[in-house]
Design a protein around this ligand. Structure first.
Ligand SMILES: *Cc1c(COP(=O)(O)O)cnc(C)c1O
Length: 459
């Protein structure tokens, strides 16, 4: 199995290289050269076994299948639910797919647990060590810390904007006690922290010295790992046509559904509606056929406060018939002026892709959290509420609706209290966090200062 870049100017590469690199050297995103055909999941087939079949298909001959199976079993052994991604019913023909049973209570665990094990395996084979950096606005940092704590071949540096992630989110990043993790609190906002990470990758000397790598949501292994729960949900619903509603930011999750469909894992057809908050770049894109830039605003669903949905590039590549020149020109125009029309014909093909997007505002989100509680007795997180609010608005259709529940309510207790008047205590297995000491360092939000600290850490 070979991987190519959406911008067409990077050499073809293998699965391991594509995963470890993250972004392709031409600035594009890696995709498989051909979509593999994968047998749909069988009802009752254990999650780790479905994951192993799917990852093996994407890895091709590069990893023996029995090793992939072991990696997947290790990755999902620590989940609090046997089926990893259970479906629960919340209305006639309406289900939640609960993706928050991992160690940090958000769906990012599902991919991150797998790639940490995969990285250790691949790096041990080559004897290499990596320094992974990530800037986080909340969930990614915690999921990465939980997954990479104690990794043998990788060290992890997390940058979070001090005071701008929720207290629970911070605890998940800062209490692992692992010596291979450096937690940096910066004194400006997330975009600033993100800019520092970009500078680190652009500084080729530095990047080479510390063997820099990333685990953000454009990483192909994350997309592949996320396609697994689409396959298992299709099996649990016995092949019925499903309309997925996907709370979206960078669009990695919705893209994974598209990938599952392309590989034959969704036997009932494919429809996924991206539910976005007031940061509605995706909805504007789908509904106007133009990519337009607008600064991100703060909302009750911070993990979706994204102004540039980076995984859309892979969808654009597909709906232009894999035209790398068209993708390159579109992103060049967008980088220049913050406004670019999609290439000719792309909006129409996008309309037939099964994907669409719509927005839910802040007031609707909070009202939905309370309505959901009143109807079902369950508390949902604000991201999930963006999805269920949108699901209620969609026209009736001969399909079941599956809303992806992307985090547990207890990860956002302040918002839950505001919306519903209820406390959302952490599950028992996470309560020990509060007793552990937090370890993080304050470094000014300045490239030279962060660079110096990371160099020292990687030594
Ligand atoms: C990351 C995240 C999302 C958005 O997922 P994308 O793959 O970026 O679209 C939604 N909800 C929660 C809780 C998240 O952590």
């Amino acid at each position: 199995m070979r991987y190519i870049s959406t911008r067409g100017q990077a050499p073809e590469t293998g699965f391991a290289e594509a995963c470890l690199a993250g972004l392709a050297p031409d600035g594009g995103l890696y995709v498989p050269k051909e979509w593999p055909r994968i047998e749909p999941a069988r009802p009752g087939e254990p999650y780790a076994e479905v994951a192993a079949r799917i990852i093996s298909a994407f890895a091709g001959a590069s990893i023996p299948p029995q090793d992939v199976l072991q990696i997947c079993r290790d990755a999902y052994a620590g989940f609090a639910h046997q089926s990893v991604a259970p479906l629960t019913q919340w209305g006639p023909d309406s289900w939640l797919m609960e993706l928050h049973h991992g160690p940090t209570l958000a769906f990012k665990d599902i991919a991150m647990q797998l790639i940490a094990k995969l990285y250790d395996y691949l790096l041990a084979r080559s004897g290499a060590k990596l320094t992974i950096v990530c800037a986080t606005s909340g969930d990614t940092g915690g999921a990465a810390a939980a997954a990479f704590a104690g990794a043998r071949q990788a060290r992890l540096v997390i940058l979070h904007p001090e005071g701008r992630v929720s207290p629970v989110q911070r605890l998940f990043m800062t209490t692992t006690g692992a010596a291979n993790i450096l937690n940096i609190a910066t004194d400006r906002d997330f975009d600033d922290a993100q800019a520092i990470v970009k500078q680190m990758f652009a500084d080729k000397d530095f990047a080479q010295t510390v063997s820099l790598s990333g685990v953000n949501s454009i990483n192909w292994a994350r997309v592949a790992a996320q396609s697994v729960y689409y396959a298992t949900s299709q099996a649990q619903l016995r092949g019925a046509p499903i309309r997925y509603v996907v709370p979206s930011g960078n669009m990695g999750d919705a893209l994974a559904g598209y990938v599952a469909a392309r590989c034959g894992l969704l036997t009932g057809g494919f429809e996924a509606v991206c539910a976005v908050n007031e940061n509605d770049a995706l909805a504007r894109l789908f509904n106007t056929g133009r990519m337009t830039r607008q600064a991100a605003v703060a909302t009750p669903s911070p993990a979706m406060d994204i102004s540039v949905p980076s995984n859309f590039e892979r969808i654009l590549y597909e709906v232009t018939g894999r035209d790398a020149v068209a993708v390159r020109n579109t992103y060049a125009a967008y980088a220049q002026s913050g406004d670019a029309p999609l290439p000719e014909g792309a909006p129409a093909r996008l309309g037939c892709s099964g994907l669409s997007a719509a927005t839910i505002n802040n007031a609707e989100t909070l009202a939905e959290m309370e309505r959901f509680r009143a109807e079902t007795g369950w508390l949902i997180c604000p991201h999930t509420a963006v999805g269920t609010a949108l699901a209620r608005r969609l026209p009736a259709k001969d399909a079941v609706t599956v809303v992806l529940a992307t985090a547990a309510a207890s990860k956002f207790p302040e918002t839950v209290l505001e919306a519903t008047g209820q406390d959302a205590p952490l599950p028992v297995r996470s309560q020990a966090l509060r007793a552990r000491g937090e370890v993080f360092e304050r470094v000014p939000s300045d490239f030279a200062a962060v660079r110096a600290r990371v160099l020292d850490f990687a030594r």
